[in-house]
Design a protein around this ligand. Sequence first.
Ligand code: ZN
Length: 118
Amino acid sequence: MTAVRDGVLRCVRPDVTTRLRILDDGAWLSVDDTRRVSVSELWRLESADFCECDLADLVVENLLETGVEGRTVQVRAYGQCIACGAKSTTGWVPVGRVVDGEFVDIDREGVLTSTSDR
Ligand SMILES: [Zn+2]
């Protein structure tokens, strides 16, 4: 897992470069200069360490960093679980994939599983 921050170019494959950026102080994830993921999304997050809930109902308040693993675009986010009220930072949450150089959303209305890599 390689994390990137503002304005960093990131190669997904040697022949395909995908530009990942966090914009507007964490309000947006931009992929190849297109805004793809925003705050205020509601994620159902399966995470051992976000809060006490088996499944966190997470309101995303801030996108912290982004990265790729293989073809999977992931972000770490700060937010609040509306079930228990806990505020915390997620591990890496998959939000999309790069397929043939194009960003394809992962269905974020389903259950997302974060991986801890802090
Ligand atoms: Zn919770």
